[in-house]
Write a protein that binds this ligand. Structure first.
Ligand code: SF4
Length: 427
């Protein structure tokens, strides 16, 4: 694995890492130190996105793509006949520093297959980040994968060097993990996630007492779920995400459309990755995190899956017309946020502006509120902005017409065309 030239190993290991989308670099603000190198805030870490939504501002690489496990959906599974490679911790440190100094990257996203054992692999990862922080005095962003099954002491060490830590759950249920990743029962994933959640909370508390308190993963933890490889409905996925946010305090859950290609008979035969479904899940996730929706409001027994033709907020609104129309001069901030087409910024502007004046259609337009969708659900001074009559079918047709669903159907995973709002799910 070490016999090939470094460039070739780099190529193999960077390619093997591209299926992990959980590499957003937000949430950390450590400054550069005198004599140190880099910094998360001072160097202005920002996101660059490839057309398939992968973050490119970090050196995104695996320690090794060899793995003792055989998860059916994973390109690095032990039974897959692919070129294998590994980097030594020293090589990884050198590469990171050279790339950083040449301004190619702003940080490191380091993941790995499980070589030899979870503990041995975790020790190698820790060696890399310890050398970067202590020997090289590297202050740039580090997102480190934690190896499920590694000793809790190693997990605690990992987060003391990394900005963000993550364990990918990959599959949303224990039954799917048992089928496709039998070496990784859900408890093996959840136990270190709970430990990290507690360490993050304790570290935040300690930071309030003293800015010099040791930190644990100041940018929090994230995870990734594969969409479409197993039969779970969107309701199950979104309910799981809701629990991960509320109970474990996760910073982000990423959704990755299953990329077909394996001949494993346990996997579905999909013609293309389910990108539109992935996009709808990001939108629903956004509603959970920023708009005060609960998972059981968005999806229920009668509607277990997100509608591919409509964004989740419009879909919810059309199924809950008893809440509409909303009077724009009176509705509270939380109520405005539930109007399709009104986002956080517009809701804040409306609340601020109506302290000074009564709002009509012209004033809303001046505030920059986009009324294309919102007008069907709003009154201003008692006048319905969508016209004299509200016909559900007509409004549903208008909301669907020319919608992003049509555009996203055309998207190919590795082609251009996706803008950032499509990828983040902002509504
Ligand atoms: S443990 Fe990770 S790297 Fe190994 S096969 Fe499973 S998903 Fe792939």
């Amino acid at each position: 694995m070490f016999a090939q030239p470094l460039e070739r190993r780099l190529e193999i290991l960077a390619d093997s890492a591209k299926y992990d989308v959980s590499c957003s670099s937000s949430g950390s603000s450590r400054k550069g130190t005198p004599g140190g190198v880099g910094g998360t805030a001072a160097s202005g870490i920002c996101h660059s996105w490839t057309a398939d939504g992968r973050c490119v501002s970090l050196l995104k690489i695996l320690l090794t793509n060899s793995c003792i496990y055989d998860c059916a959906y994973c390109v690095n599974r032990s039974s897959n006949d692919i070129p294998r490679a590994a980097l030594t911790p020293d090589e990884l440190v050198r590469l990171t520093m050279e790339f950083y100094r040449r301004n190619y990257i702003e940080g490191l996203f380091l993941s790995t297959g499980v070589a030899r054992s979870p503990d041995w692999t975790m020790e190698q990862l820790i060696l890399v980040v310890r050398k970067l922080r202590e020997d090289e005095r590297f202050n740039g962003y580090i997102h480190l994968k934690v190896v499920p099954g590694a000793d809790p002491l190693l997990v605690a060490q990992a987060g003391s060097y990394a900005d963000r830590v993550s364990i990918n759950m990959e599959l949303p249920s224990q039954r799917s993990l048992a089928l496709l990743a039998p070496d990784k029962p859900q408890e093996l994933l959840l136990t270190p996630m709970r430990q990290m959640s507690e360490l993050i909370a304790a570290s935040r508390l300690a930071a309030k007492e003293s800015p010099k308190a040791p930190q644990f993963a100041p940018a929090g933890q994230s995870t990734q779920l594969i969409v479409g490889a197993t039969p779970e409905q969107d309701r199950e996925i979104i309910t799981l995400s809701e629990g991960l946010y509320s109970r474990l305090g996760l910073k982000r859950v990423y959704y990755s459309a299953f990329v077909p290609g394996s001949t494993d008979r346990r996997l579905p035969e999909l013609p293309t990755p389910p990108l539109l479904r992935e996009h709808r899940l990001y939108q629903a996730d956004w509603l959970l995190r920023f708009y005060g929706f609960r998972a059981d409001e968005l999806l229920d027994d009668a509607h277990p899956n997100l509608d591919p033709r409509l964004d989740p907020k419009s879909d919810w609104a059309l199924r809950h017309l008893e809440n509409f129309p909303v009077e724009v001069n009176q509705a509270g901030y939380d109520t405005l946020l539930r109007v399709p087409g009104i986002g956080v910024r517009s809701a804040k502007r409306i609340v601020a502006a109506r302290r000074e004046t009564r709002l009509g259609e012209a004033e809303l337009k001046r505030l920059g509120v986009v009324l294309k969708r919102a007008r069907h659900f709003l009154t201003a001074g008692g006048r319905h902005l969508g016209g004299p009559k509200f016909y559900v079918d007509r409004v549903a047709r208008l909301l669907m017409a020319g919608g992003e669903g049509e555009r996203l159907k055309q998207l190919d995973l590795f082609s251009g065309g996706a803008d950032l709002s499509m990828l983040t799910g902002e509504l």
